[in-house]
Design a protein around this ligand. Structure first.
Ligand SMILES: [Zn+2]
Ligand SMILES: [Zn+2]
Length: 170
């Protein structure tokens, strides 16, 4: 295959993304206020290397769905790298805050239902907590990860369903 053929060879991945982009635009023409479509468009434009356009689409997505951590994470990806660290960090903060809010809301709900298990470290209620085999304490998954670094040798944790039944090793 000569150089000319290589240059003319169509990139199947690029074709696919271009097709998805076209579908996004068609769907957006009917429903321009759908944050999921803008989010998808943002990710596809990024894959196509059109970062500036991707950021524009991502900014619209976060305006339409400011409480969705997923759309903030897509926008973060567009700003990541050497593009705009400040903006990427800002997006990351939104992602972390929203995930924390989600966790707190879930905790409240489980506590009221009486179906959750409390984390001994941060006090949130989770559906399944994890018992540390080194010290026997129960943790939410996030705290369990942090907690394991406290023991010199990481051990296997055992997780339980909220009804107390064994659910697997973590
Ligand atoms: Zn915790
Ligand atoms: Zn422990």
């Amino acid at each position: 295959m000569g150089l000319f053929d290589l240059l003319n060879k169509e990139d199947p991945e690029k074709k696919l993304y271009e097709r998805i982009l076209q579908e996004c635009d068609q769907a957006l023409a009917l429903n321009e206020k759908d944050p999921d479509l803008w989010n998808k468009k943002c990710l596809v434009l990024r894959e196509l290397g059109l970062r500036k356009d991707a950021i524009e689409a991502g900014e619209i997505a976060v305006q339409l769905a400011p409480n969705d951590p997923d759309v903030w994470d897509s926008l973060r990806l567009c700003y990541a790298g050497d593009w705009n660290k400040e903006k990427a960090d800002e997006c990351q903060k939104h992602v972390s805050d929203l995930l924390k809010q989600k966790k707190d809301a879930e905790s409240q709900r489980l506590m009221q239902e009486g179906s959750g298990k409390e984390c001994c470290r941060c006090g949130v209620y989770v559906r399944e907590n994890i018992r540390c085999v080194s010290c026997g304490s129960y943790f939410c998954p996030d705290c369990y990860r942090d907690h394991q670094s406290m023991h010199s040798k990481p051990r296997i944790g055992i997780s339980y369903h909220s009804n107390g039944l064994f659910s697997g090793y973590d």
